[in-house]
Design a protein around this ligand. Structure first.
Ligand SMILES: Cc1ncc(C[n+]2csc(CCOP(=O)(O)OP(=O)(O)O)c2C)c(N)n1
Ligand SMILES: [Mg+2]
Length: 323
């Protein structure tokens, strides 16, 4: 059915369902009053799922304020993620980070940052560290289209290129940097052309087509692992909700545009493909969804019942003293 193979596509499908279910639940909890913001990636799940499915546990990952999906695709635990969203002591960052700043070191997920573009030079640095230590680990950095306008983006690509670093830069191009559409901040049609300026292979794919993303991602990851250097992948996608849950997203885009993109939903697309090819049945889907929902119920219960950080510990973990 594609170069990727049925079993891999099914694996990716399950990751997408996990991401969607987590975010839908996080939105429900947000409306009930958990602290902080939620930047939903609903509609963009094919990119992290198709990349994450080809990563090893010891590969590294960096992401952004819209990073729940990327973190889940790297195998992070729902309970510790949810507890972090609830600002609880049992969260990945002991409740100090919240939705936008999750660090899941148990999965070599080195951090989400809300400073646009800031993950990129860290990714090149991590990849340099792996190369110097002769580790065959790949670093993946997820970021948005707007991040490609930052100086940090250009520095990161420059170093990754000249040192042939084992890093894959993955841009989820959802057509907007907050409320600014792509055509306002760049004259390029394909943001992947920016990579060419650094001699890095740049490719633009339909980011809502799992198989298309998986093909380029698997090749890029393998190339990086074998010492072939970095790749830039631009996946064209769309965030169905506003920039964050407090943004209705209606002042800078039309209802028709949103409705058009809903029709290109990556989960529905892959699901009908898998059903048609008899890789999965309707009852398999119900079973997977029931399992995911059970895990989420437990994660929410864990988060709700976990203790809040103590006031006297407020500064712990903030400063590091080198010995
Ligand atoms: C350095 C920096 N500049 C501006 C902001 C404010 N800001 C937060 S998210 C965002 C848009 C980012 O757009 P993009 O990189 O396309 O990611 P998306 O939100 O679309 O996933 C901006 C401008 C910021 N957080 N950091
Ligand atoms: Mg964007």
């Amino acid at each position: 059915m594609s170069k990727i193979g049925k079993e891999k596509l099914k694996e990716i499908y399950i990751i997408m369902l996990r991401i969607r279910a987590f975010e839908e639940r996080a939105i429900v909890e947000y409306h009930k009053g958990i602290p902080g913001f939620i930047h939903s990636s609903i509609g963009e799940e094919a990119i992290p799922a198709a990349v994450g499915a080809f990563l090893r546990g010891d590969d590294y990952l960096l992401t952004t304020h819209r990073g729940h999906g990327d973190i889940i695709a790297k195998g992070a635990r729902f309970d510790k993620m949810m507890a972090e969203l609830f600002a609880k002591e049992t969260g990945y960052c002991k409740g100090r980070g919240g939705s936008m700043h999750i660090v899941a070191t148990d999965r070599n997920m080195l951090g989400a940052t809300a400073i646009v573009g800031a993950g990129l030079p860290i990714a090149s640095g991590v990849a340099l560290g792996c190369k110097m230590q002769k580790l065959d680990r790949v670093t993946v950095c997820f970021f948005g289209d707007g991040a490609t306008c930052t100086g940090a983006f250009h520095e990161a690509l420059c170093f990754a290129s000249v040192w042939d670093l084992p890093v894959v830069f993955v841009c989820a191009n959802n057509l907007y940097s907050l409320s600014t559409p792509q055509k306002v901040y760049t004259k390029l049609e394909h943001i992947s052309d920016r990579a060419k300026a650094y001699g890095i292979p740049g490719v633009t794919v339909d980011g809502n087509d799992v198989a298309a993303v998986a093909e380029v991602a698997s090749e890029a990851i393998e190339r990086a692992r074998k010492g072939g250097g970095p790749t830039f992948i631009e996946g064209m996608t769309y965030r169905i909700y506003g920039h964050h849950m407090g943004d209705p997203g209606t002042s800078y885009r039309t209802k028709e545009e949103v409705e058009d993109w809903k029709k290109k939903d990556p989960i529905a697309r892959l699901q009908s493909r898998l059903l048609k090819a008899k890789v999965i049945t309707k009852s398999d889907i119900e079973e997977i969804q029931a399992d995911v929902n059970r895990e989420l119920d437990e994660a929410v219960k864990f988060a709700a019942e976990s203790p809040e950080p103590k006031i006297e510990d407020a500064l712990s973990g903030i400063y590091y003293t080198a010995r």
